[in-house]
Write a protein that binds this ligand. Structure first.
Ligand SMILES: [Cu+2]
Length: 122
């Protein structure tokens, strides 16, 4: 094979794999509006407004473990202690459905400076 053709084929393959990867990630997620990425030691977006009944999905893009924790004792809103995400590895996801309107602050357990909020409307 001609060298230029070979380089083009390799480049095209990389673009294709990246594109398919992104599509698979999108398809496995509820929607752009209901998704929070954990990347570079931060939740993105840091403030997300949703309607009651919406399921939010967090994905840890970092190679470091993170958690999605509401309140002081690792409890999800309206649930008991230890119901948070637990330690999430690279590309791990966590989903939670918010049923009650309100403002819910959350953080990452090992990195308390990582804070964000979900605002749930009627
Ligand atoms: Cu963290």
């Amino acid at each position: 094979m001609d060298r230029k053709v070979a380089i083009f084929a390799v480049a095209a393959s990389i673009v294709l794999v990246a594109g398919v990867g992104a599509l698979v990630w999108r398809a496995s997620s509820p929607s752009d509006d209901e998704r929070v990425a954990i990347a570079n030691y931060a939740f993105s977006p840091s403030s997300l407004t949703i309607r009651a009944g919406t399921t939010v999905q967090w994905t840890n893009m970092d190679h470091v473990g993170h958690t999605v924790s509401f309140g002081e004792h690792g409890a999800m809103p309206g649930m008991g202690a230890g119901t948070d995400s637990g330690m999430m590895g690279h590309m791990a996801t966590f989903t939670y459905t918010f049923t009650e309107p309100g403002t819910y602050e959350y953080h990452c357990d090992p990195h308390p400076y990582m804070t964000a909020r979900i605002v749930v409307t009627e």
